[in-house]
Design a protein around this ligand. Structure first.
Ligand code: FAD
Length: 275
């Protein structure tokens, strides 16, 4: 695994207790020696300070970190200020997204899609940032068709993205088909597979409904059958996700990006099965 592009995602904690828990989780996850940690960014800039302070804390501990940046709800001026701040702290890597506005939030902002954000970052800061963008092997839920979504992905790469991280999925074939289709279009940036460990059935169903990730029927039924038996859910989840990761790496995935949910145990357990 060490020669692969292995990264771990956090979200900015909202409370001092959350921050302390994240510190403990990060210390444990650092032992796995990931290439970098990334930190999400609330749409409309809602976590702007939390994202930055979490990233700076990671960097102060001697690890590489990448803030996410989403353009929805923002102005060119506000995005320019965030980029300048990231740059002034010596941050060299960014995950560029459109984001999703909570319902009831005002206007969509000046940049409508992530390809426009990538273009803006390149125009403002040249090659300073290594830019990662999102990719959707099972199609973004708002796209008109898989072909359209792939074309839109191509736009982001052409605008200057260096690499991509996928939405999570449990169907390896969807990922491999996406890689093939991207290669056919001449897209040759690394497309790292996003991995969501399975630890909580209700939460997984809720997230997957929102982001359009399919939970295979046999996995869903088995998880449901465990009811409140959290230990069995975690044990089965570990088997399923470790087997998925193994298949992805064997099949040519350039790396794995773990959606850790600020927890160390599940990512560590999967990792230990892979090394
Ligand atoms: P886009 O690439 O802009 O695509 C959005 C939709 O518009 C797609 O359906 C696409 O097909 C379509 N589209 C794209 N370009 C065009 C165009 N030019 N014309 C017409 N249609 C177009 N959200 C956050 O708020 N904060 C985060 O930190 C965050 N981190 C994430 C990290 C990863 C790795 C992933 C996979 C997702 C993350 N998200 C985050 C969620 C993401 O913001 C949502 O999935 C959002 O709905 C789409 O973002 P995007 O950057 O993929 O958008």
């Amino acid at each position: 695994m060490t020669d692969h592009n292995f990264s771990i995602e956090f979200f900015p904690p909202k409370t001092p207790e959350g921050a302390e828990k994240l510190r403990t989780a990060r210390a444990r996850l650092s032992e796995l020696n990931p290439k970098y940690f990334s930190v999400t960014y609330g749409a409309g800039g809602s976590t702007q300070q939390g994202t930055l302070s979490t990233v700076l804390e990671i960097m102060e501990a001697g690890q590489q970190a990448a803030p996410h940046l989403s353009c929805v709800g923002g102005s060119r001026e506000s995005l320019r200020a965030v980029l300048a701040e990231y740059k002034s702290h010596g941050i060299r890597r960014i995950v560029a997204l459109r984001g999703d506005l909570p319902s009831g939030y005002g206007g969509a902002g000046e940049l409508r899609y992530a390809n426009e954000l990538v273009e803006f970052i390149r125009a403002e800061t040249g090659d300073w940032f290594h830019i990662e963008v999102a990719a959707y092997p099972e199609m973004h839920p708002q796209a008109r068709s898989p072909q359209d979504d792939l074309k839109n992905f191509e736009r982001k790469v052409k605008a200057g993205a260096d690499a991509a991280i996928t939405q999570y999925f449990y169907n390896a074939d969807a990922y491999f088909a996406f890689l093939d289709n991207a290669r056919k279009l001449g897209i040759d940036v690394p497309i790292v597979a996003g991995i969501m460990p399975i630890t909580n059935y209700t939460q997984l169903m809720r997230f997957s409904e929102m982001c359009g990730a399919e939970i295979p029927r046999w996995v869903r039924l088995k998880l449901a059958s465990f009811g409140d038996d959290s230990a069995s859910i975690k044990a089965f989840g570990l088997d399923v996700v470790s087997a998925l990761c193994e298949r992805l790496l064997k099949g040519g995935a350039p790396g794995l990006h773990f959606y850790s949910m600020n927890q160390a145990a599940a990512t560590t357990a999967i990792w230990q099965r892979l090394v």
